[in-house]
Design a protein around this ligand. Sequence first.
Ligand SMILES: Nc1ncnc2c1ncn2[C@@H]1O[C@H](COP(=O)(O)OP(=O)(O)O)[C@@H](O)[C@H]1O
Ligand SMILES: [Mg+2]
Length: 254
Amino acid sequence: MATIAIFNQKGGVGKTTTCLNLTAGLTRAQRCPVVIDLDPQAHMTLASGIHEVRQEESVVAFFKSGKPLAQLVRQAQAGWEIVPATLELAKIDVMLGNDAKAGSLLRNGLSEELTLTGAPILIDCCPMLGVLTLNALLAADRVLIPVSADFLSLQGVHRLEVALNVLESRLKRKIERRVVVTRFDARRKLAFEIFDKVRERYGNLVCNTRISENVSLATSPMHGKDIFNFAPASPGAADYKALTLELLKSGFFD
Ligand SMILES: Nc1ncnc2c1ncn2[C@@H]1O[C@H](COP(=O)(O)OP(=O)(O)O)[C@@H](O)[C@H]1O
Ligand SMILES: [Mg+2]
């Protein structure tokens, strides 16, 4: 079963929203994933309904003292499993920064245990290109890149490609990627123009499913809920269901 990093070094493009609702979609499709929250902001942890995590119960303990991931996994109310993050994760980059082996910690940790359960693993990345992201990309079989349908996001896509190319040469392998366009506002001509530009660049690596701008998607995490629990009849729920099925059908999680 695959390990997927949800990555874009730009913030606010929908990484966590996509991680949350893809996780929920997979759970509903009986493919219960394990999530690893690698963002010190811990939004994925909070949106999973998990609060007041102590540092030693979080993914920080894995990086800091080698605590096995299996001992850190928590059950979210909605059914998936998650290794939670805390704010202290922000210090890990500085702590491990100069260690040559620091980038492969997660890959080694995962190969020892979680993968044995056969569940797909989703990693919510932070918007930086530090040690945490390197860990995510080294551990991942594939990368899902959310690109939001606005002008600045399109500008960021070029920098993203440069970053991925640098990482590929460092990893000495190709990073298999798919792109999903998020925050798509069909009332704006610009949104269609951006979708076309993303397609021009990435061709059939772009998911057919676009995620619309939808207020329920923005509101659900505040309630510690995914979109299917919070607003099952919303356009956001329909979009993330379609994305889950599209990716499942193409073998993205296999
Ligand atoms: N499709 C969407 N419709 C409306 N709001 C969205 C959508 N996707 C994300 N958001 C909101 O945009 C902000 C950034 O999204 P988030 O998923 O946290 O991005 P990232 O993880 O890339 O920083 C959040 O407030 C989120 O609720
Ligand atoms: Mg995020």
